[in-house]
Write a protein that binds this ligand. Sequence first.
Ligand code: GDP
Length: 429
Amino acid sequence: MVKAVVGANWGDEGKGKITDMMAKDADIIVRFQGGANAGHTIVNDYGRFALHTLPSGVFYGHTTSVIGNGVALDIPKLFNEIKSIVDEGVPTPKILVSDRAQIVMPYHVLFDQYEEERLGKASFGSTKSGIAPFYSDKYAKIGFQVQELFDEETLKTKVQRVCETKNVLLEHLYHKPAINPDELLETLHEYRDMVAPYVADVGVFLNQALKDGKTILLEGQLGTLKDPDHGIYPMVTSSSTLAPYGCIGAGLPAQSIEQVVTVCKAYSSAVGAGAFVSEIFGDEADELRRRGGDKGEFGATTGRPRRVGWFDCVASKYGCRMQGTSDVAFTVLDVLGYLDEIPVCVGYEIDGEVTTEFPVTTKLEKAKPVFKTLPGWKCDIRGIRNYEDLPENCRNYVEFIEEQIGYPITMVSNGPGRDEIIYRKSNIK
Ligand code: GDP
């Protein structure tokens, strides 16, 4: 069976922890979109790790980790990430890289930087990992698939052709040094040798695994609101963050996903620019940022302070709907134990009218949050394993949010560790 773990919001919801936890009972974990621009933080028996390219299942000996065709594959980063976990004592993971995955080229990273510089104040707040130029080239059909590394003639001709267009932009738009095609070809030979041991026809592998009754976990990056179609365009990422895309980005049949676990954090956080209706500022925000996650709300890849805010029912209801949610994993609830009362965003006021439907970006920019304030529980809930043992106000918080978003919260996470999870029965179907 196939299960997906995806985010309802802007990312950083705690998908890494939930995937790591669910990977225990899975055979194969697949990354199906995105690149090394975001990261998961995972705390387990080996230590604390920030993964950017590797699937979160790499810490288990029994799993195979797959980089699907939908991923923006940065080969040196993959190579270094494997090395960094092995150096920490993690057994060498079994990894397969799709022969149809495309490669983040050194010039994608440069173009990402140059374009952000050129845009100045209007920049997207990119992590400058080359993701937007990578996906632009993929859809402009001038990207490089992994399989092309192994066909020298095709590679050589394409490198020449692509350098011609890239160099026009470098010279005339960005006023930067041109790419030398021979040097680029040399680099691609190095990439070929790094990736060669892992390359496979992942579609065949996964479809066989399905037939053999294996459990496959699709691991999403970022969340619904960063989806290029359904998110807060243009402040989005460049590949679909939605569970259905998991089939495309891995090479699985459309009907194969049986469970979609959508991860929602008990408060909101976002990196980069873009509308964030329930955002808070000042001391209130500093405190939540400092206490958030397992080491504060700072980007796993960039170290940038994340923007924080109260839980947003409007965004999360939409986020869950677009994912096709069967279960909500509600994470980082323990962090809110310091608050006397907790505001929850239950509606958006736009031009004098209140809505609970997530709007298009131009309207979103005008939205003001409508808050309802719930009482806090003022204690540490870490270590609790039964839902009934949570303080009443804490259960009320969970149940109020569940009712607002309309999807069943079946897991509550009260700590970063693998075992810090509370399963609950929900009345919502
Ligand atoms: P992801 O990209 O969705 O995997 O999210 P991140 O890894 O960027 O951010 C989630 C952060 O919260 C990480 O530092 C996790 O270790 C941490 N975390 C996950 N679940 C919990 C939880 O239930 N409680 C606490 N305190 N931290 C958590």
